[in-house]
Structure formats: C-alpha cells, structure tokens
Design a protein around this ligand. Structure first.
Ligand code: NJP
Length: 234
C-alpha cells in the first residue's frame, strides 16, 4: 500500500487531497495544527474504508516535524509521498507588514517545506524512491501590489524545491510543484462558497492534479503544473 504525508490536511486543498488519495487506496498521514478537524477527517476516511493516521503540529517547529515523521514511519513502515501543502498568506502594504507577519508566513511556507522535505528524505533515499509534491502558487512566478511577503515566500519555496529536484533525482526521488491560481478554500480567512469565488478553481481541481502526478509511472517526472480558473486575469 502506498503511503502519503499531507500537510495542511485540516481543511481546503489538503483535506480534499487526503480524501481523494485515501479513496484511491493510499494510506494517508494527516498533518495540521487543528486536532479536532484532523480527528474528524481521520474518522471520515476510515468510515469510507480508507487508512489514515493524524498528528497535530506546527510544521515550522523542527522537533515536532521530526517526531511526526518518526511516528508515520513507525505506523506505516515507509513513506512514499510527501505533499507539502500547508501555507498561509498576508496581503498588505509593506508599511503595515510586521515582523510577526514576516515570521509566520516565511516559517510556514518556506521553513515548513524545508523541514518536512528534510525529514522524509533519509527514508526515501534508503529505499531509492519517493515523490515530493508541493502546493506553491502561480505567484511563485509573478508578483502583485500588497503581496510582497506572500510572493517572496512562494518564490523562495519554488526555488528551494527546484534545487532539491536536481539534488535528489540520483536517488530516484521525484519532485513536483503545483502552482495554482485562485482556489475557493478557507485561505486568508475567507469562507468557501463566497459568491465572488464562484468561478475560482475548486479544491477538487487541485486534488485531481495531485492524483494525476501520484499515479504517473515512475519514469515520468512532472516538474511543474500551473493551473488557473479560465476567468482569472494574470
Ligand atoms: O488554504 P486553507 P488552502 N502548521 O487556509 C494549514 C496555496 N495556494 O487550502 O494548522 C501546520 O483552506 C491549515 O491547518 P491548521 C496556499 O499558499 C492557495 O488554499 O489546522 N499546518 C490548513 O489545513 C497553501 O500553500 C491559493 O490551521 C498549517 C491549511 O494549512 C495551499 O495552497 C492560491 C500551518 C491551509 O488551508 C493550501 O491552502 C495559491 C502550520 N504552521 C496557492 N499553517 C488559494 N486558495 O487561492 C497553516 O496560488 N496550516
């Protein structure tokens, strides 16, 4: 049975990815900070016949990331797939952007990706296979006013992953980056289903893209996948 760690699984894209992969027969390890939401998703997946475990943690805390990955290895025996999905954003003029904003966005989007990737690599290297899929953003490649911090974090995340792709391919580990445009999730505190978001991508669109990568044959590396809703200007 294939196994996957999914960060940011408590809601939005990560939750949808977890449900889809579990239905497709992947054992899923659900990571996020909100324990109650993780417990509910874990139970939902099990009721549907899937295999799940969960671990509540802040992905920017190295010790907790190491403990969580160790727990997954103990429970599942191996890790085939890491999905770096957890992420946050703040959108303000630079004068209003605080050190606290800087630390929380950079620590989640960049440091979290670094810590999870570093933690899973030894076991993937040992078995000479693995798949690391990360949800970055279309703003890993473009910028916009009042998005300086979020754009900087997503450029950094993309650059980190692009270099890692070259570093680990000798061990048969594939690194894929998804770059979505606007997705109707809970991102930045907005409720799912707001009328203004009717034409945005849905979490299921990103889950389908991730499933496509997961089920691609071993000799195929999908370096990058950029998706936009057909009505988005960019
Ligand atoms: O957002 P949301 P999305 N440690 O808010 C978790 C990117 N993206 O699904 O910890 C651990 O519904 C949080 O869980 P919790 C975006 O940058 C989006 O849209 O319980 N987990 C929740 O499960 C991000 O990388 C759009 O609060 C942490 C999840 O992250 C990815 O899509 C456009 C955490 C966020 O769920 C998924 O975001 C785009 C931490 N420190 C890229 N901090 C878009 N929605 O339009 C947060 O280009 N989480």
């Amino acid at each position: 049975m294939k196994t996957a760690i999914i960060t940011g699984a408590s809601r939005g894209i990560g939750r949808e990815v977890a449900i889809k992969l579990a239905r497709e027969g992947v054992a899923v390890a659900l990571f996020a900070r909100s324990l109650t939401e993780l417990q509910a998703l874990d139970a939902e997946i099990k009721i549907q016949g899937g295999k799940a475990i969960h671990w509540a943690l802040d992905i920017s805390e190295e010790h907790n990331v190491q403990r969580a990955v160790h727990h997954v290895l103990q429970e599942f025996g191996h890790i085939d797939i890491l999905i770096n999905n957890a992420g946050i954003g703040t959108f303000k003029p630079i004068e209003e952007t605080s050190m606290g904003d800087w630390d929380s966005v950079m620590n989640t989007n960049v440091k979290g990706t670094f810590l999870l990737t570093k933690a899973v690599l030894p076991s993937m290297r040992e078995k000479r296979s693995g798949l690391i899929i990360s949800v970055a953003s279309d703003v890993s490649r473009r910028t916009f006013a009042n998005g300086s911090l979020y754009c900087a974090s997503k450029f950094a995340q993309d650059a980190f992953l692009s270099a890692i792709r070259k570093e680990v391919r000798k061990d048969n580990i594939r690194v894929s980056t998804i770059m979505p445009g606007l997705v109707d999730t809970f991102f930045h505190g907005s409720p799912v289903g707001n009328p203004e978001k009717t034409n945005w991508l849905k979490s299921t669109d990103i889950a389908n893209a991730i499933s496509y990568i997961v089920h691609s044959p071993d000799h195929v590396v999908i370096d990058e996948l950029m998706l936009h809703p057909s009505h988005q200007d960019y």
